[in-house]
Design a binder for this molecule. Structure first.
Ligand SMILES: C[S@@+](CC[C@H](N)C(=O)[O-])C[C@H]1O[C@@H](n2cnc3c(N)ncnc32)[C@H](O)[C@@H]1O
Length: 418
């Protein structure tokens, strides 16, 4: 890590670090949690489609995947708009896991992909999936060749990825870090390294996008439910002193999600992330909770919602069992159907799944044309006004977030789209 900071000349004790970024990491341990996280993901068994269909979180996983697809499409479209015909589009999938987003990159018509993850078994599986995709596309006449790709097994909070690229002078158009960025908030140096990896090869105008748990929402639930809270599918257990002030880094909790995640994670104090990102020439251009992002893009993404089976049909077809087990799981949709007319079938998520989905937010940063002044302070145009306005309208700039209701998610889907 020290190596990375030294090479970029942007050390954590650089004068441009905002002064209130004190690392009061009372609850972080000296040893990094990277190896715990890597072991967890390395030993996670790949479940087949049949098994996944039976999973209690089948729709939640599809819903999260749909959010990622919509985000990736949104930002790739912006990138394509600014490109001349035939110009390459290069992407870094930071913390790529087993390659769950490979098809999204394929559909987005990108030219080159760098996949990096701390779990080497996941990286191998990701590479095997890519090879399959490539073989299938070779046999598919009429299809454009699949993008080229390279695979890196590394801790993105400690290793300078650029040193591992086949071409270290490569300029990226998009960096995507899905459901993973929060791991770097273990400490300030780790957050800096991860941001440096996200920013340093991005071309001016390129985007850094991602999804993380919303620390305000986590703390709000903590305030009402205590150090351990959740439901039948997810569970959060604080493993640090949560008496205010909660530390900016190392605010550790364990997150358990039915069969897929069981790891230590860290709260991401969003204003701190925004300040740190500026240091690397990244300006916040979008920040939205999943509920509000869903509301904004659901019409545009309606057919994809159906194709990806991102919502459960209520009432189910042909007496098929509902995935939710507790009686309250579908009360919101029953109320919705009573109030609205003309919906014989709707798409929804069970209350338990919605409680897990609504913990998350999406973010997007754009790389500036940063000029470094003599005293090593970056100079950039502030593009964040609109974002600040939207965040304050969302009620997300204060310490308590707005209340989420599971009815926020229910849509009249019409049986035919599902
Ligand atoms: C919830 S999974 C998400 C995987 C993928 N981005 C997706 O959306 O399907 C989190 C991933 O982050 C990776 N990860 C966690 N800490 C990391 C680190 N320090 N460096 C690189 N990868 C890390 C894990 O190995 C795991 O693959």
């Amino acid at each position: 890590m020290g190596d990375l900071v030294a090479k970029t000349g942007e050390g954590s004790n650089n004068s441009s670090v905002p002064s209130d970024l004190s690392t009061k990491a009372r609850c972080s341990e000296v040893q990094s949690h990277g190896s715990v996280v890597a072991t967890h993901y390395n030993t996670l068994e790949e479940r087949g489609l049949a098994e996944r269909c039976k999973s209690r979180i089948f729709y939640l996983r599809n819903f999260n995947n749909w959010i990622k697809s919509m985000m990736i499409n949104e930002y790739l479209s912006k990138i394509w708009q600014g490109k001349s015909h035939g110009a390459p589009v290069r992407v870094l999938d930071m913390c790529c896991g087993k390659g769950g987003d490979l098809l999204k990159w394929r559909r987005g018509n990108i030219t080159h992909l760098v996949c990096a993850d701390i779990a080497e078994v996941s990286v191998e599986q990701c590479q095997a999936r890519y090879n399959d995709l490539q073989n299938r596309s070779r046999n598919d006449r009429g299809f454009a060749p699949v993008f080229t790709a390279e695979f890196i097994s590394a801790d993105c909070t400690k290793v300078r990825l650029r040193d591992r690229y086949k071409d270290p002078t490569m300029e990226l158009d998009l960096v995507s870090c899905q459901f993973s960025f929060h791991y770097c908030f273990e400490s300030l140096p780790q957050a800096e390294s991860m941001l440096c990896n996200a920013a340093e090869c991005l071309r001016p105008g390129g985007y850094f996008i991602g999804t993380i748990p919303d620390a305000y929402e986590v703390m709000k639930r903590h305030q009402t439910e205590g150090d351990s809270f959740g439901n039948e599918i997810y569970k959060v257990e604080f493993q640090c002193d949560t008496k205010p002030p909660v530390p900016l880094f190392g605010a550790k909790y364990s997150f358990h999600l039915e069969g897929v995640v069981d790891c230590p994670e860290f709260l991401v104090h969003f204003p701190t992330l925004v300040k740190l990102a500026k240091k690397y020439g990244l300006q916040l251009v979008a920040k939205e909770r999943f509920d509000s992002y869903y509301e904004r893009v659901k019409e545009e993404g309606r057919s994809l919602l159906g194709k990806m089976q991102a919502l459960e049909t209520y009432p189910p077809f042909h007496e098929a069992p509902l995935l939710g087990h507790v009686p309250e799981d579908y009360e919101h949709v029953q109320q919705y159907m009573q109030k609205s007319t003309g919906h014989r079938k709707v798409g929804t998520l069970s209350k338990s799944e919605w409680e897990a989905a609504s913990l998350y937010l999406m973010f997007a940063f754009q790389k500036d044309n940063t000029r470094w002044k003599a005293e090593e302070r970056p100079e950039f145009e502030d593009r964040s006004e609109t974002t600040r306005k939207r965040a304050s309208e969302d009620g997300n700039d204060g310490s308590v977030s707005k209340c989420l209701k599971s009815t926020d998610l229910t849509v009249g889907a019409g049986g035919e789209t599902l």
